[in-house]
Design a protein around this ligand. Structure first.
Ligand SMILES: [Zn+2]
Ligand SMILES: [Zn+2]
Length: 224
């Protein structure tokens, strides 16, 4: 079963599904209390073996509106075409990685000998873009460094951010991949994430959730 974590204020509910061999956290996001009403939802990232996530969308009878990608490394996109086809949703990705879905060299899957591709995204996202999910306002924060098109999705009223592989509990994303850059990642974390309120819950691409305040105080890799 996924862990269900109704955010404070209960505007938005986030359910985490750690999928595949890398336990990539893929998320189901929807307005709290409206799950039985065909309410709009997003799927954020689609890793290997996304069946449990798809089943959950059906169980709650949600109406999926988009599959949003925090970035396009293989473990976050291996299930993209399965999810988009089964749920009938468009795929949204930051413009800097628009070409990565179709290119196993860029999405790093070629490096492990199991090429992953997905059809091109339907929509490109850019920094600062405002998104709406069932009346809840979200903002796209470009947080590159782990990869050039990494984004975080921020919902101010619920004090939560889905940070992809930029920031983890007690760690940060790897920066030894092609296209990664350590100083860019540190800058993204300091300028885009550590500037959010301390009580903002961080839902990372791997591992448990944390808060901005805890990471600012104790993350050994990027100091506030
Ligand atoms: Zn990654
Ligand atoms: Zn990852």
């Amino acid at each position: 079963m996924p862990s269900t974590m109704p955010a404070r204020g209960s505007l938005v509910t986030v359910e985490a599904f750690p999928l595949g061999p890398f336990e990539t956290n893929c998320y189901l996001v929807y307005r709290s209390g409206r799950e039985a009403a065909g309410s709009a939802c997003w799927v954020v990232d689609a890793g290997y073996e996304p069946g449990a996530l798809v089943e959950r969308v059906r169980e709650l009878r949600l109406s999926p509106r988009a599959l949003i990608l925090t970035h396009t490394h293989a473990d976050h996109i291996a299930g993209v075409d399965e999810v988009r086809d089964v749920l009938g949703v468009p795929v949204w990705v930051h413009e800097a990685e628009a070409s990565w879905l179709t290119d196993p060299m860029l999405n790093l899957s070629a490096a492990v000998g199991l090429p992953v591709t997905a059809r091109p995204a339907e929509r490109s996202l850019c920094d600062g873009e405002a998104l709406d999910l069932a009346g809840a306002a979200w903002r796209v924060l470009h947080t590159p460094g782990h990869s050039p098109g990494g984004i975080s999705l921020y919902q101010p009223e619920s004090r939560l951010v889905l940070a992809g592989d930029a920031l983890f509990s007690g760690s940060v994303g790897r920066t030894d991949f092609p296209g990664s850059d350590p100083s860019t990642l540190a800058q993204s974390i300091r300028l885009r994430l550590y500037t959010l309120p301390d009580d903002t819950t961080v839902y990372p691409g791997h591992g448990p959730e944390t808060t901005i305040g805890v990471e600012k105080r104790s993350n050994p890799f990027v100091r506030a």
